[in-house]
Design a protein around this ligand. Structure first.
Ligand SMILES: [Zn+2]
Length: 595
């Protein structure tokens, strides 16, 4: 790190005066939220974790950091006059909206933007939750099979049921009201296509089959055009081999869907049969921001989760699972979020599920990870709990689930470059070379775990400080990781790894804690802890200030420390630093809820 990371004084002055001018011209757009109420925003069926929590204004409108449009396949840029934000939807729709600047995030009126991007907007006043659901625009069957078009890209899953013969297409975060009740079946093997709902956030398209026909998912994992290719003759239909479209049969009244909202677990459950067993359920408070519900089972099975509001519940269902004798059916806790945990067995769609329900004071972000145990598999529900003003949490001692990186977009920023060497260490070692080497190792490690990785530089060039976070925003990055090495002047005056976060941002601080702990565990370089970047500079580091996603700056070690430098020049240690960053990022994703 050196001063070249900071904006030059003239540029800072410009920003400062521009802020005053816009405060005079546009008082509404820069008024911070006053006594605003926190709001949960749900997109794609999942609560979204934000650096700045969405809030409700006194007029009832809900504001959230504009980043949420990326969950809907959209993008945004501040308008050229700096007074508004231009939002573009995945289908090309555009809207320009005013913003409120909160902790350097552009917060925009959610409903106005969501309406423009084609979402159906729901509001639960009691749970203070705004839910955005994609509209289902077209459901049709043609020579390419079943096609479902939604107003913006969503996740979906396709399941096969044997008795009766059915295909389920579950659309996550979609609105049933927009779906047609029935769709003409043109494939001779299909008797009905119907729409139903298995929860507020999940629409189920049911394809009733006359016989066992083959199908193939022909669309990507996140899409606004779900495609399921089907064959009428037992072979998977190939799109390049057209089949005649058969006449539409006379519509038959659809049978009621057996997919109404799931019942609560009954008080008594039948004795254990064959299949999986849930043998233990435990609630572990891991840190002030993470609580884990550990569900021990005798083996691996299909599971699903769903959140239900009013009362707030999180349900975990494990297919074909029963409860072991002696399993406690009700666990009461004094946890701030989780009031109690109930276990039971329920039947739906002719299937049996072992169900664990968390009764919660509010819905929060969560994800589920699995890990092998001595005699089966443990499912772990990682429940994010709001950060409180407490000392740093202890290191989370758990095996990171590297699958959490799949689909994530990460910007790696090797510090300095080109004419800017950064710190020059003992023997002439240059910071810009070490940051690039470690950055490339980090890139390769992240990519090998399924992440999409971009770098602000991949050679000896120097993008400007302001350009680096802009690249991350343009790449729709989920995380920004800047790599630097420290320098404190006199030889051996300091040693250790320090991770910086911006200002008082609690989310980025959590990210920094997770990363510094993991680096310390593997690198052999002592940890210096985490620091706010405002310790180094009044307005922090430009690369962190400019990032709209969780961002950290890792000072791997000191260039003026003989011990640190000899380690940082060792390829094995460089690799360990990269591994530590990846493990810390995984902890952070688990802490904050996968999304
Ligand atoms: Zn540096």
């Amino acid at each position: 790190m050196n001063t070249s990371l900071f904006l030059p004084a003239a540029r800072r002055l410009y920003i400062f005066s521009a802020a005053i001018i816009s405060a005079i011209l546009l008082p509404a757009s820069v008024t911070p939220a006053q006594a605003a109420d926190d709001v949960q925003l749900v997109i794609g069926g999942q609560p979204v974790a934000f650096v700045v929590q969405p809030y409700q204004e006194s007029d009832g409108s809900v504001y959230a950091p504009v980043d949420f449009v990326r969950r809907m396949g959209g993008n945004y840029t501040p308008s050229s006059d700096g007074r508004s934000v231009d939002v573009t939807g995945s289908n090309g729709s555009k809207i320009t909206v005013p913003f409120q600047m909160v902790k350097e995030r552009y917060c925009v009126p959610v409903k106005q933007v969501a309406d423009a991007l084609g979402a159906s907007v729901g509001w639960n006043d009691r749970a203070h939750t705004m839910t955005l659901r994609a509209r289902i625009e077209v459901v049709k069957q043609d020579r390419d099979g079943l096609s479902i078009f939604t107003s913006y890209p969503i996740y979906y899953s396709v399941k096969r049921l044997e008795k009766p013969q059915r295909i389920y297409v579950d659309l996550l975060g979609a609105d049933l009201a927009s779906a047609p009740a029935t769709v003409p079946a043109t494939n001779p093997g299909v008797s009905y296509i119907r729409s139903g709902s298995i929860s507020y956030n999940t629409v189920r398209i049911v394809v009733d089959l006359k016989k066992n026909i083959a199908f193939k998912i022909a669309s990507g994992p996140v899409t606004s055009h779900v495609q399921v290719a089907m064959s009428g003759d037992g072979e998977t239909h190939v799109a390049t081999r057209p089949q005649p479209i058969l006449p539409v049969p006379v519509p038959v009244a659809p049978r009621p869907l057996p997919v109404t909202p799931l019942p609560e677990p009954p008080q008594d459950t039948p004795p254990a049969a064959s299949g999986l067993q849930i043998t233990d359920v435990a609630c572990n408070v891991v840190s002030d921001t993470l609580t884990q519900i550990v569900i021990k089972t005798t083996g691996q099975g299909d599971y699903r989760t769903e959140t239900l509001a009013g009362p707030n519940r999180l349900a975990f269902d494990l297919a074909d699972a029963s409860l072991a004798d002696g399993l406690k059916r009700l666990i009461s806790t004094d946890h701030s979020i989780i009031k109690s945990i109930r276990s039971g067995v329920m039947k739906a769609d002719g299937k049996k599920f072992g169900r664990v329900v968390l009764d919660m004071t509010k819905l929060v972000a969560f994800n589920v990870t699995t890990q092998p145990s001595d005699d089966g598999v443990e499912y772990v529900i990682n429940v994010q709990t709001p950060a409180q003003a407490t000392p740093p949490a202890p290191t989370v001692a758990q095996v990171p689930d590297s699958t959490l990186l799949a689909g994530k977009i990460i910007m790696v920023d090797p510090g300095h470059g080109g004419g800017d060497s950064g710190a020059v260490g003992i023997g002439g070692a240059r910071e810009k070379d070490l940051t690039l080497t470690i950055g490339k190792q980090l890139r390769d490690l992240l990519a090998s775990n399924g992440a999409t990785v971009y770098m602000t530089r991949e050679d000896d060039t120097k993008p400007s400080v302001a350009a680096r976070p802009q690249m991350a925003i343009a790449a729709h990055a989920d995380y920004f990781i800047s790599i630097h090495c420290d320098d404190s002047g006199a030889r051996n005056s300091h040693s250790g790894t320090t991770v910086y976060y911006h200002a008082q941002n609690a989310v980025c601080r959590r990210f920094a804690i997770d990363v510094v702990n993991r680096i310390a565990a593997v690198s052999g370089i002592p940890p210096n802890g985490v620091k706010s970047d405002t310790i180094r500079f009044q307005t922090g580091f430009g690369v962190l200030r400019g990032s709209t996603m969780p961002a950290i700056l890792v000072e791997c070690g000191y260039m003026n420390s003989e011990s640190d430098l000899s380690k940082l020049r060792t390829p094995a240690v460089q690799q360990h630093v990269a591994e530590g960053v990846v493990a810390g990022l995984l902890d952070f994703i688990a802490d904050t809820g996968n999304r």
